[in-house]
Design a protein around this ligand. Structure first.
Ligand code: BTN
Length: 246
């Protein structure tokens, strides 16, 4: 699929922009709305996404999928893998905190937010990605969880435009594979990058908090938790935190 760029200097949120303007986008291609700054960027669970000017990547990939798409609930995980593959090619060692975060050194580097709109003839996808690229320590300290940026980890500034192009290329290839075979071909790669594997985690599924060992990923992208009663509990979505030992 071709990728068309829409670059904005300032926007409330690239996801909101895409949702407002999607009828103007070509349904046969991927439209990537990216901005230098967001004034109302948001993440999963209605959290704010800190989006200062000219230092990070804020982008929404808009495209359409068929109603028959396999493993749709795991589409955001494909983007976390695309980001991770780009970073690995740059010599870094990212981990993926299931379901949608990319980490470096156990700190959040990137987050993915997947929003959908169902129609009788297909699904509109609004796949938002925020990557902390050149954010300095002062800015990072404003984030309400341990967070990092590429410049903070590597000691040098990164070219955001070059990085976004690499991500677009990687994601376009990954999406083609996903459209044909769903999450399955990405499964082992994802499991290899899974953060906290073998460690005790808490996982909130929106109703209940589960505690168990972060065990594995199913072939369609769900998380298997190994509980104290020796049962496996499989989670389709949720928010995990590591339980510190002791
Ligand atoms: C999360 O970790 O909770 C997901 C964060 C997603 C942030 C990106 S930045 C670009 C796009 N626009 C938004 O308002 N949110 C996403």
């Amino acid at each position: 699929m071709e990728i068309k760029d829409i670059h904005l200097e300032t926007v409330g949120s690239t996801n909101e922009y895409a949702k407002t303007h999607s009828s103007q986008f070509d349904p046969q291609e991927i439209t990537c709305i990216n901005a230098d700054q967001q004034t109302a960027g948001y993440g999963r669970m209605q959290r704010r996404w800190h989006s200062p000017k000219d230092c990070n990547i804020y982008a929404t990939f808009y495209f359409r999928l068929s109603l028959q798409t396999l493993h749709l609930a795991s589409l955001a995980q494909i983007m976390t893998l695309s980001v991770s593959m780009v970073l690995i090619k740059e010599g870094l060692c990212p981990k993926i905190k299931w379901p949608n975060d990319v980490q470096l050194n156990e700190k959040k580097l990137a987050g993915v937010l997947c929003e959908t709109r169902f129609h009788t003839d297909g699904i509109e996808i609004f796949l938002g990605i925020g990557i902390n690229v050149n954010m300095d320590l002062d800015q990072l300290s404003l984030i309400d969880q341990p967070a990092t940026s590429l410049s903070n980890e590597t000691g040098h500034l990164w070219d955001r435009a070059v990085l976004l192009k690499k991500l677009q290329k990687q994601f376009a290839a990954d999406l083609e594979k996903f459209k044909k075979e769903g999450f399955t071909p990405f499964h082992s790669q994802f499991e290899n990058l899974l953060a906290y594997k073998g460690q005790t985690i808490r996982c909130f599924d929106g109703h209940k908090e589960w505690v168990g060992i972060c065990h594995s990923i199913t072939s369609d992208g769900q998380l298997n938790l190994y509980l104290a009663n020796k049962e496996i509990h499989t989670m389709l979505s949720g928010d995990i935190t590591k339980v510190s030992p002791g």
